[in-house]
Design a binder for this molecule. Structure first.
Ligand SMILES: [Fe+2]
Length: 312
């Protein structure tokens, strides 16, 4: 059973166990999220003009990638973005002292297969935990413009309780940081990055699609099997997502049940404390580390690659 809590005022300590069990939490737009999307829209519209959801129809895909490529890191690293995300998390009842966040992502899903690789990658069914996310990770998803059910995200709830044969055993987070992510903008027609995928037939239906207005919030466990709905809406969908973990849960190894994730490395070093953006303490990371860091990069930053490129 998957319960969808709408506008719940349960405290975070009571909400997290439900999320780990596969329930979903949805909230209608509120001042903190509206402020966040106002900021995102400003940056998007500076890049794509005043009707960004239709910009794809007025330019070749190469141009779209050229514009969209720099927009994503600019949004991620904008100091105002981090502040606004923090406000959203606090507004929805998380104690910032205990809650660690990673940097937010800006996603764009173009319509009718215009761009499905690299910066516009349409995610096949996956659990984030196949990508070295901790089992206690929660994902937050916020649409920046109104969108339709043919442009969002789908959950495949059966698999919250059922293991899937998958390729996560071949995934190492540090290698991914070193090779996979920096090349996103180079993938225009096809995406050749190695990603953990199901290795069996997946029953995509029954599936759940949550429809919210721009500025609504959806929270779900990183262990949920989810996918990008192939966008046939006639408009590019723009959304923000980010991840949180609660320190006590990480320390106590509380989280979703691990049914089938066999990846190595951990993304825990990406998380920063809500109060002061201090990184996750190394002794906590060590609890989850498996010694697979050699030869890879433990934390992805564009600067590391600039240095590497210069050195090369
Ligand atoms: Fe995901």
């Amino acid at each position: 059973m998957t319960v969808i809590y709408h506008g719940s005022d349960l405290p975070d300590d009571d909400r997290r166990p439900l999320l780990y069990g596969g329930d979903l939490f949805v909230f209608t737009p509120r001042p903190s999220t509206l402020e966040l999307i106002r900021h995102a829209r400003e940056m998007i519209e500076e890049t794509f003009g005043e009707d960004p959801t239709r910009a794809q129809f007025g330019m070749p895909v190469e141009k779209f990638v050229q514009l969209g490529g720099p927009l994503k890191p600019a949004f991620i690293h904008h100091p105002r973005t981090k502040e606004l995300i923090r406000d959203v998390v606090a507004d929805l009842g998380c104690a910032l002292e205990e809650t660690y966040l990673d940097v937010p992502r800006l996603r764009l899903a173009t319509s009718h297969g215009y761009l499905t690789a690299g910066v516009g990658y349409a995610f096949h069914p996956h659990r984030d935990t196949w990508y070295s996310a901790p089992m206690a990770q929660l994902n937050w998803w916020i649409p920046i413009y109104d969108f339709g059910p043919d442009a969002g995200m789908a959950f495949h709830p059966r698999y919250m309780h059922e293991p899937i044969r998958n390729g996560s055993a071949g995934f190492n987070y540090y290698r991914w940081n070193a090779d996979g992510r920096k090349n996103a903008a180079q993938h225009i027609k096809a995406d050749t990055r190695v990603q953990p995928k199901p290795e069996q037939e997946i029953e995509l239906d029954p599936q759940i699609r949550i429809m919210g207005k721009a500025g609504s919030v959806l929270i779900f466990s990183a262990a949920h099997l989810h996918s990008t709905v192939p966008n046939t809406s006639g408009a590019t969908r723009f959304s923000i997502d980010f991840r949180t973990v609660n320190l006590a849960d990480i320390k106590n190894r509380v989280g979703a049940r691990n049914l089938d994730s066999h990846c190595t490395g951990t993304s825990l070093r990406d998380f920063m404390r809500g109060t002061d953006l201090q990184r996750m303490p190394e002794e906590i990371v060590a609890m989850y580390d498996d010694g697979s860091a050699s030869g890879g990069i433990t934390v992805f930053t564009p600067e590391v690659h600039k240095m590497k490129d210069k050195a090369a």
